[in-house]
Design a protein around this ligand. Structure first.
Ligand code: PEP
Ligand code: MG
Length: 750
């Protein structure tokens, strides 16, 4: 972080430049050519140029002082091309004494820029979106000073506010790409269609007034806002428990400490003060400094420090809210689409409660927990939408077409109508599928399957009747804890689980013990692990903190109240872990009265190592449920949360199918039931293949049950088994393609 300004124009020079720019702003039609002249003269540069970003990620020379004016509107660079393109692509300042020998330099003869050796280029951005680049150049090779960089960045900030009104060079509003529809291709997380206005998660406030009349008054406003914000933080922190489990207390302390450090960081606040003294309002100064911090942190890969980035954004937003005096939580408009860079499961729950109709996330993959929750809540959702947020403007509308993986920004009215019609057709199809609800899941040749539900919240329980599922094959107990923000006490947990058993009635329920960690973090928990998916999570936490696990097991036994109870443990890596967890459950069971009429204790198979412990494991476990989401990630060493890896490795592959078949063969020897409860179960082709290799109990999100029942009814499973055997003999390559071709020819899938 740069703190303070030195050299260059100095504070009074900066103020003079800003006040001259203010005059410019007063005449919104003032051409950019006046601005570049002004900046060139104030910064003592021979050249000052503005490049404006056009649709198609093109940067076009829009105004220049010092380069050939013929080049205006002609010189174009792709984002990423040349120094200017690099500056826009990376959002970083380029300070180069010898620009022409920089490897990225792109020569454009029409500009006549040969004589200019040094270059300082700064990005022009608004709400994180790149609008262009502002650059100065000098003949003599030189490094620009911190003060000069500071100055140019401040001008870039003002320019970002001016550009949309300036008419840029051609006067067309599309020139800035703000009003054109745009299509983004993403990954479906939960099928469905939503059409409506966009709301941004943690949207940063637009600063109404940038230039200050009285810097001293602004400084006072800042100090008052900081004080008010600190008091607000104290109140907020007072609600965080200071007693309880040592790990919880330590974790929440760490978060608060880090937050306080940022809130109280003198450098940060002094820097805001400096920017105010240069002539910006308190709001503009906070936004400016927050942007600097953001840029700095964006380049840091350390997970812990990146978490601080989120803190800072949050803090800057809080300060801006306090400064604006507006603390109301805006209502969510009807059919709203929530857009976010990342989204935690708890946040999604919160927004679901506020009534959103669809979700679009830049960084999310189908196996992540936000996706799983979107499926549970039946919210159309898309992930892996790179660059989406930077293109969104306030007031934009969008279509989330999560069936086709498309996000349409600013759709025109025809497109909106078409999607509304598609929504209706979808509803009709769902009504058609509903007739399968009361029919069993059985293939054309009479093989019965059990289709169960994956559930995490009591609000999903009505899905049991709506889908006609055979029971709950996976109750993710941690989801309710994430929803409430902490682990409930024994009585409260027992009430939650009891309600599940009541609703399920005669239908079986399998409770999975707390699977917290990785991307399922309770508020106040932070992790400094390099690789939390393989870290201290899930059953590992339960075994290291047995009181937590014991409390949950007791709650489950109390909830059963003498009824049958099935419990399974997640992320088991060794038989010894399973044995230890089982011993805790048996110890609790010996104390709780009435004892369950039948207690089934099972394990999930998510870690491949268990495959080499099968004989022992099968002699100790009552059942195995394959968690294919984690199993796939560990089998192929491919993070399930990394969008770019999401479809790199296929469930329908030789390693996965061979593994599952070996498991089925071994389990058949001991008569141990095997089911599969990952997302793969909800996909028709995968479900068919699983049935063919002998896994006949599948647990899935509600949306999968009816389509799979409908599909199974068309299949002669025995003939498909021979087809599959032949396909597998043909090797791994094209496994999915070959199965799809067969299914198409058989009229099973479209
Ligand atoms: C799995 O890993 O497949 C699973 C069902 O558990 P979760 O998705 O909750 O990690
Ligand atoms: Mg799992």
């Amino acid at each position: 972080m740069r703190v303070g300004t030195t050299g260059g124009l100095g504070m009074s020079g900066q103020r003079r430049l800003l006040s001259r720019l203010r005059t410019l702003r007063a005449h919104d039609s003032a051409p950019l050519s006046v601005l570049v002249r002004l900046v060139a003269s104030e910064l003592v540069s021979e050249v000052c140029s503005i490049y404006v970003q056009r649709p198609g990620d093109i940067l076009e020379l829009a105004a220049t002082e010092g380069l050939n004016s013929d080049a205006i509107g002609r010189t174009r660079l792709r984002v990423g091309e040349g120094i200017v393109g690099l500056c826009a692509a990376t959002g970083t300042v380029m300070n180069l004494p010898d620009a022409q020998n920089h490897p990225a330099f792109a020569y454009r003869p029409e500009t006549g820029e040969e004589p200019f050796a040094s270059m300082l280029a700064v990005p022009v951005r608004r709400t994180g979106r790149s609008l262009g680049v502002l650059a100065v150049q000098n003949r003599t090779p030189r490094n620009y000073t911190e003060a000069e960089i500071d100055e140019l960045e401040t001008v870039a900030m003002l320019l970002a506010e001016m550009l949309p009104n300036s008419g840029a060079t051609d006067g067309s509003p599309e020139g800035l790409g703000a009003t054109l529809p745009r299509l983004f291709t993403g990954t479906p997380l939960m099928g469905g269609i939503a059409v409506g206005p966009i709301i941004r998660l943690r949207s940063s406030r637009k600063v109404a007034k940038l230039l200050a009349d009285d810097p001293q008054a602004e400084q006072k406003r800042l100090e008052a806002a900081v004080e008010q914000m600190r008091r607000g933080l104290d109140d907020l922190f007072a609600d965080v428990p200071h007693s309880g489990r040592a790990a919880d207390v330590t974790a929440s302390k760490e978060v608060l400490e880090a937050y306080r450090l940022v809130a109280a960081d003198a450098g940060w606040l002094n820097r805001v003060g400096d920017v105010i003294r240069s002539g910006l309002t308190a709001e503009a100064a906070v936004q400016r400094v927050a942007q600097e911090l953001h840029d700095r942190m964006r380049r840091i890969s350390d997970a812990y420090l990146r978490e601080r980035l989120a803190d800072m954004e949050d803090l800057a937003n809080r300060l801006l809210t306090t400064l604006s005096g507006d603390t109301t939580r805006p209502p969510v408009p009807e059919n709203a689409i929530l857009v976010a860079r990342r989204l935690g499961p708890a946040e999604l729950l919160d927004w679901h409660g506020r009534g959103i109709a669809g979700v679009a996330i830049e960084e999310a993959s189908p196996a992540g927990h936000a996706a799983i929750l979107a499926r549970a809540l039946d919210i159309p959702a898309l992930g892996s939408l790179r660059g989406m947020l930077d293109s969104i403007e306030p007031g934009d509308e969008a279509v989330v077409d999560a069936d086709e993986g498309q996000f349409i920004l600013r759709p025109d009215s025809e497109v909106q109508h078409a999607y509304r019609r598609a929504q209706e057709a979808r509803t009709a199809k769902n009504i058609e599928l509903a007739k399968w609800r009361d029919r069993p899941a059985v293939t054309a040749d009479g093989v019965h399957l059990k289709l169960m539900l994956n559930v995490g919240l009591s609000l999903e329980l009505p899905q049991l009747d709506r889908t006609g599922a055979d029971g709950i094959g996976l109750f993710r107990t941690e989801i309710a804890m994430l929803a409430r923000g902490s682990v409930a006490d024994v009585a409260e947990q027992a009430a939650i689980y009891g309600r599940v058993l009541d609703e399920a009635g005669d239908r079986p329920v399998i409770f999975r013990t707390l699977d917290l960690g990785a991307d399922k973090l309770l508020p106040g928990t932070i992790t400094d692990e390099e690789n939390p998916a393989m870290g201290w999570r899930s059953l590992r936490v339960g075994l290291d903190r047995p009181a937590l696990l014991r409390r949950q097991l007791r709650a489950l036994l109390l909830a059963a109240g003498g009824r049958e109870l099935s419990v399974m443990f997640p992320m088991v890596a060794t038989v010894a872990e399973f044995r230890a967890a089982k011993a805790l459950l048996l110890a609790e069971a010996s104390r709780v009265r009435p004892a369950p009429e039948r207690l089934r204790i099972g394990t999930m198979l998510e870690i491949p190592a268990l495959m080499w412990q099968l004989p022992e494991l099968l002699s100790e476990t009552d059942f195995i449920s394959v968690g294919s989401n984690d199993l796939l990630q560990f089998l192929f060493a491919a993070d399930r949360g990394t969008p770019s890896l999401y479809d790199r490795y296929d469930f329908l592959s030789r390693p996965m199918l061979d593994l599952l078949e070996q498991l089925v063969v071994a389990a058949n020897v001991t008569g141990t039931p095997v089911s599969l409860c990952g997302e793969a179960a909800s996909r028709p082709l995968e479900a068919l293949v699983l049935a063919a290799i002998g896994i006949r109990t599948l647990s899935m999100p509600a949306s999968g049950i009816l389509p799979i029942k409908a599909m199974l009814a068309q299949v002669e499973l025995r003939s498909f088994q021979s087809v599959l055997t032949a396909i597998r003999r043909g090797g791994d390559v094209g496994l999915r393609e070959a199965i799809t071709t067969w299914a198409r020819e058989a009229g099973i899938v479209a």
